[in-house]
Write a protein that binds this ligand. Structure first.
Ligand SMILES: Nc1ncnc2c1ncn2[C@@H]1O[C@H](COP(=O)(O)OP(=O)(O)OP(=O)(O)O)[C@@H](O)[C@H]1O
Ligand SMILES: [Mg+2]
Length: 474
């Protein structure tokens, strides 16, 4: 078999440059494809197996930076070389941070391009040799699965800030992946061989938090029989992850702020000032702005932390990612539980996609783990899914309020009437809840209730519920 020729894609809006480059690269033994703007370039990337891209930065439609970002989402190892005009070095540096292999400035000489191309292809080859495909494949950059806009935006932020000392504040509901992102920031920084130290601010008793963070000297308090370094010292050179930062007591916030601003502090009971080089990442599922308004979080600390805000979308805001995540967790639990579940039946997938996932990805992960465990067919079926997420069935198990039950027995009506009243109450509750969970979207709510849109509209009319935002009254 002949060795495969490497395929190079040239993207530039100047016909002359395309011609010269493509002639040279063809002579050097590469297969060459050309595109006249980023949009065409992306289309060719989708259709062909490309080993290397050389792209201009400034182009109509889709520019070089966007091409770079999108191309790397598809193939994180793809070498992209950018061509810049003089005076756009800043953009070039930004491009490197975003993952470009290298850049050349116009006018460039042949040998320079030749060398960079060779180096890039060599690097790709070497990387390819020891790369083990991650489960979830192409959609798992930074170990974070997804292809929704929210996740693409997240990738772009991570690209830009991972390898900087900048403080990041990660917010998102519980189970959205805050810790995963914090670790990704560390793993993709120059600090990755240094410690990643996590502190769960909610789990440490108020009186211990200072000594936990900053350490203490012997005799600082009863029980301090030896000195001990705090988490800031342990994280020196690496990353300190302050999880649940919203829970940190207000008295501690000033000290934390100072440590962040000056990169120095004293141990409890100590007089020596300690200096550290720590990259801080904080996370919270609380709304810090609200805490500030309520006086339990300092505004100055908030601004110091919020240099790079990273907001993780709730899973129900990116339902398109659910099938990918399901596939990822299926592979994970097949391996762990030694099972061979091949996929998910369509009706079960529909339930997975329309369930609102209050516990986000962690909840999804747990549901799939359990389902894989119980599954004894090739594919997961509705019946394998936990009752909670199968919805209505589960609600029949919820005990009714004690007061209602005794009132029913004490009252005049018989069983039939009570059942009728309970039914309509349940109906109203479910319909309003479905509307609430879907932000008043009748189509989605109908899907959740597994009735037609028309049917839901009739039901709403009957119950006196109006279309539009159901929680306006809040
Ligand atoms: N995009 C993702 N791709 C793959 N796995 C994910 C993703 N997001 C989260 N996970 C997984 O979901 C679980 C929960 O994530 P993580 O612990 O980071 O959430 P969290 O936001 O810190 O939650 P909490 O607020 O409850 O502490 C973890 O097992 C994590 O690996
Ligand atoms: Mg967490």
């Amino acid at each position: 078999m002949l060795p495969e020729r490497n395929q190079v894609l040239i993207v530039d809006d100047e016909p002359n440059l395309r011609k010269i480059l493509s002639a040279q690269l063809t002579r050097d033994g590469y297969d060459v494809l050309t595109a006249e703007d980023g949009e065409q370039g992306l289309a060719l990337l989708k259709e062909h197996h490309i080993d290397l891209v050389i792209s201009d930065l400034k182009m109509p439609k889709v520019d070089g930076m966007t091409l770079l970002r999108k191309a790397l989402v598809e193939d994180p190892e793809l070498p992209v070389i950018l061509i810049t005009a003089h005076g756009t070095i800043d953009t070039a540096v930004e491009a490197l941070k975003a993952g470009a292999f290298d850049f050349v400035t116009k006018p460039f000489d042949k040998d320079e391009v030749r060398q960079i191309v060779q180096k890039a292809l060599k690097t790709r080859e070497l990387r390819g040799a020891d790369a083990t495909p991650a489960s979830g494949g192409q959609d798992a950059r930074f170990g974070i699965i997804g292809s929704s806009q929210g996740i693409l935006d997240l990738y772009a932020i991570l690209e830009r800030v991972a390898d900087t000392p900048t403080t990041a504040l990660i917010t998102g509901e519980s189970g959205t992946g805050k810790e995963l992102v914090a670790r990704a920031l560390h793993e993709h920084s120059g600090r990755k061989d240094k410690p990643f130290i996590k502190v769960n601010c909610a789990a440490i008793p108020k009186e211990l938090i200072e000594s936990e963070l900053f350490g203490y000297e012997r005799g600082a308090f009863t029980g301090a029989v030896t000195s001990k370094p705090g988490r800031f010292e342990l994280a020196n050179g690496g990353t300190l992850f302050l999880d649940e930062i919203g829970e940190i007591p207000i008295e501690m916030q000033v000290k934390l702020l100072r440590a962040l601003q000056e990169s120095e502090f004293e141990r409890v009971g100590g007089i020596k000032t300690i200096r550290v080089d720590v990259r801080l990442v904080a996370a919270t599922n609380r709304d810090l702005k609200k805490l500030i308004a309520a006086g339990s979080f300092r505004e100055d600390l908030f601004y110091r932390l919020n240099v790079v805000p990273v907001r993780l979308p709730a899973l129900r805001e990116r339902t398109g990612d659910i099938p990918l995540l399901v596939e990822h967790f299926l592979a994970k639990f097949n391996e762990r539980l030694r099972k061979k579940v091949e996929g998910v039946e369509p009706d079960a997938m529909e339930i997975l996609v329309s369930y609102p996932w209050p516990g986000n990805i962690r909840e999804l992960e747990n549901v799939i783990e359990r389902a894989v465990l119980f599954c004894d067919t090739q594919k997961l079926r509705t019946i394998d899914l936990a009752a909670e997420i199968r919805g209505i069935n589960a609600m029949t198990n919820v005990p009714l309020p004690e007061a209602d039950l005794s009132a029913a027995l004490a009252g005049e009506g018989g069983l039939k009437e009570h059942v009728k009243v309970a039914m309509s109450r349940l109906e109203r509750e479910l319909v309003s809840r479905a509307l609430q969970q879907t932000g008043g979207n009748v189509t989605h709510a109908a899907r959740l209730l597994k009735i037609s849109r028309k049917g839901l509209q009739l039901k709403m009319k009957e119950l006196g519920l109006r279309e539009g935002s159901p929680d306006k009254g809040e």
